[in-house]
Design a protein around this ligand. Structure first.
Ligand code: DX5
Ligand code: ZN
Length: 223
């Protein structure tokens, strides 16, 4: 299976957002990853439904919206209306996970569940049948440009086994510190979609060059 790359616009130049998204699409990105942060669940504030709507008007790629917000149940309709294709909530963000996943599906949106680096993976044993996507955080959520936490590799392979056993339709996504160095190992451990922010949007090379390098590293290992 070809490993997919979902560029995170968190590291993009917001004064040229539509242009950067189009560049990523033309370079072969599979989805656009949108990092929503509320200053409560994580110590940073980023963007909301208005920006998701702007992304929607800029691309036909799926919008993979990562909600790093407390009480995500309050905002599902707004993000669904804005054009999200995937809405991923955090296991740590609400006591009502099952209900929120149902609300997401009720809005005809694909549902994802994310876990922080030390959250037990056991939750996926019950949650996987309800999921379209399982997102394993390989950094602490809140900021782009952090280093990949090595213990995430073992967690990825355990998550991949659970997924293979319980819901082989579910996509395994990894998020945080993914670059041409870490991508190969993450894919070998079981990741299918790679989120990448600072290794795609940076001053060192063009979006297309960065995406090609990451995709090559990711797919060399998938055999
Ligand atoms: C972190 C976000 C990530 C972030 C990844 O909280 O969820 O999606 O943008 O950035 P990099 O790829 O730079 O680690
Ligand atoms: Zn993210």
């Amino acid at each position: 299976m070809i490993v997919r790359i979902a560029p995170s616009i968190l590291s993009s130049d917001f004064s040229r957002l539509a242009e950067q998204i189009r560049e990523a699409e033309e370079a072969g990105a599979h989805a656009i990853h949108v990092d929503v942060m509320d200053g409560r669940f994580v110590p940073n504030i980023t963007m909301g439904p208005v920006i998701v709507g702007a992304c929607r008007r800029s691309t036909s790629l799926p919008l993979d919206v990562h909600l790093m917000i407390a009480e995500p149940e309050r905002f599902i309709p707004a993000f669904a209306d804005a054009g999200a294709d995937y809405l991923t909530i955090h296991a740590e963000a609400t006591p009502h996970l099952h209900r929120v996943l149902q609300v997401i599906h009720g809005a005809q949106v694909k549902a994802g569940l994310a876990v922080n680096p030390l959250t037990p993976l056991e939750i996926y044993r019950d949650a996987l049948p309800e999921l379209d996507l399982a997102l394993l955080m390989s950094v602490n959520p809140g900021f782009g440009g952090q280093s990949f936490i090595p213990a995430s590799l073992d967690r990825l392979s355990r998550l991949r086994s659970l997924r293979d056993e319980l819901n082989p339709e579910c996509v395994i996504e990894v998020d945080g510190g993914i670059n041409a160095g870490t991508a190969t190992r993450a894919v070998r451990a079981g990741a299918q979609w790679l989120v990448a922010g600072s290794s795609i949007f940076n001053q060192q090379a063009s979006i297309a060059e960065n995406l090609a390098a990451l995709s090559a590293a990711a797919n060399v290992s998938s055999g």
